[in-house]
Design a binder for this molecule. Sequence first.
Ligand code: SF4
Length: 115
Amino acid sequence: MKRNLTCIICPRGCSLTVELENGNANVTGNACSKGAEYGTQECLCPVRTVTSVLRVSNRRDTMVSVKTAVAVKKDDIFRVMEVLKNTLVTAPVEIGDVLLQDVFGADIIATKAVK
Ligand code: SF4
């Protein structure tokens, strides 16, 4: 099987071709090794950093923006969002605070301060 991708690691945007055979990926079209890593990851186990917001229980109409500390498997994104939807946090919150631990392998950290 062959897939064509655009590398999103840097603005150059190399056109990658990834050939998949027996669970291995052979990447061509990449100008550097990061493109090979990206193409392999994207075809064998795609991951994404999830960004969202959490409700703040002790501040009226207030949300705090958050993201996963590391990328999670693309297949787990909706499960992560379901956890976030049902989570309330309590202010004060500082940027970088870990608000939840190990949600499908990633801590959830604040990207906004709420005083
Ligand atoms: S392969 Fe390398 S040079 Fe090309 S877009 Fe990806 S990171 Fe940039």
